[in-house]
Design a protein around this ligand. Structure first.
Ligand SMILES: Cc1cc2nc3c(=O)[nH]c(=O)nc-3n(C[C@H](O)[C@H](O)[C@H](O)COP(=O)(O)OP(=O)(O)OC[C@H]3O[C@@H](n4cnc5c(N)ncnc54)[C@H](O)[C@@H]3O)c2cc1C
Length: 384
């Protein structure tokens, strides 16, 4: 007998779409509520490592994702005059496979087409009882589901409503980042340029030949000063921080002011004692964001989705068995990814690293030395 057939997923990002696919695969009914009016197709390049490739393979997406590989090569470290003084090996910043996040979500959306979608909406309140979860929404009518999964990113609404305020769980790594796209005026072809000055770093990368590039401006600061949605103030702070810097910075600041896809946030981790509260579970960045400095967020979101749906299938829908099993399986991997994220933050503003240091980082790139932490079970073994 299967219980808990209906699952509401808050957030149609990598984690939410991955979960919807796997729930459908195992015979559950998934509903996704997404704040945006559509599945978001923008964004930076993300990379996959290790077991996440196994999940993609099981989804039949490994080849389509491989076809999107940005095939990023080594990048140049440049000084204030734009002169190359060292080469950053791709092994330091790219995973086994690097793809544009927007293209990835497009594929995941297609793989999760069996789900119900509620766009332009967000959960407002959650009431659990012995048999289910009553959810009210900002826009749509109230609904009742068997289970709720918060996959709504590092600033998760589900986490805030069910587990407590963001300040309790979000740990800043002291780096703020602005990202935007711009014309590929440096003529980069599957490569990038990086510039560092004390407490600041900037880079431009171009992974294809479509005439566009992506810039990132990072600076050290403990406190997140501007309001999260005040983009004018965010742009002003970034421009102020980078005023007077060399290389291409003046041009980047001009492009930043005009960029429609400007994004700004603090690099932070989500650290929680548990990701489960009875019928509610957190998935991906909502529960255990490892920070962009880890380069592991997409992988762990996808692995988490696979494991969560698989454990539900194995337990025939019994969340009391499935949710703790999911948490136990994911904890070691998340601990490792978060350690990588913290280490990445510590070395982020290395003053003009020498070639020797960069080569050493490449030689010690974590995926080369990592023991196998999570062995992904085959949940299709369950006669379900
Ligand atoms: C700048 C940057 C660079 C990164 N680089 C890499 C990298 O190189 N490699 C890597 O593996 N990972 C990288 N990551 C991390 C990666 O993007 C995330 O870890 C991964 O996407 C996690 O997926 P998620 O589904 O948990 O969250 P998200 O992808 O953030 O998805 C959350 C979804 O929830 C929606 N949502 C938010 N709030 C609500 C709400 N209230 N109601 C409904 N829906 C809501 C959002 O619109 C979004 O669709 C990077 C992240 C950033 C920010």
């Amino acid at each position: 007998m299967t219980t808990n057939k209906t699952v509401l997923i808050s957030g149609a990002g990598v984690a939410g779409l991955g979960l919807a696919h796997w729930l459908d695969h195992h015979g559950f009914r998934a509903t996704l509520v997404e704040r945006a009016p559509y599945v978001r197709h923008g964004g930076y390049a993300v990379d996959f490592r290790g077991e996440a490739l196994d999940v993609l393979n099981r989804m039949g997406l490994l080849e389509p994702v491989r076809a999107l590989d940005t095939a990023m090569g080594d990048a140049a470290m440049v000084d204030a005059e734009g002169r190359r003084y060292a080469t950053l090996p791709a092994a330091v910043f790219a995973g086994d496979l690097e793809v544009p996040k927007g293209e990835l979500t497009r594929l995941l959306h297609a793989a999760a087409r069996g789900a119900e979608y509620l766009f332009d909406d967000s959960i407002r309140s959650v009431e659990q009882d012995a048999d289910g979860v009553d959810v009210t929404f900002e826009n749509g009518p109230p609904r009742r589901f068997d289970l709720l999964v918060g996959a709504d990113g590092p600033h998760s609404r589900t986490r805030a409503v069910v587990f407590g305020p963001e300040e309790r769980f979000l740990r800043s790594l002291g780096i703020h980042t602005a990202i935007f796209s711009l014309p590929n005026h440096l003529g980069l072809d599957h490569t990038g340029q990086l510039y560092v000055s004390p407490g600041k770093a900037a880079n431009v990368f171009a992974g294809d030949v479509r005439g566009r590039a992506r810039a990132a401006l990072h600076f050290a600061a403990e406190e997140l000063a501007p309001g999260r949605h005040d983009m004018a103030e965010q742009r002003r702070i970034v421009a102020e921080r980078f005023a007077g810097e060399g290389w291409e910075i003046p041009r980047l600041l001009t492009e930043m002011r005009a960029a429609e896809d400007f994004w700004f946030d603090v690099n932070a981790q989500v650290v929680m004692d548990t990701w489960v509260d009875d019928r509610v579970a957190l998935l991906g960045d909502a529960g255990y964001c490892a920070a962009p400095t880890s380069g592991r967020g997409t992988s762990q979101a996808l692995i988490g989705a696979y494991v969560l749906a698989g454990e539900l299938a194995r337990a025939r829908g019994d969340h009391r068995a499935a949710f703790p099993a999911y948490e136990n399986a994911m904890r070691p991997l998340v601990a490792e990814h978060q350690a990588v994220g913290r280490a990445g933050a510590e070395r982020f503003f290395l003053p003009a690293p020498t070639q020797e240091v960069l080569d050493m980082l490449a030689a010690n790139a974590p995926e080369r030395t990592r023991p196998e932490v999570v062995r992904l079970p085959d949940y299709d073994d369950t006669s379900y």
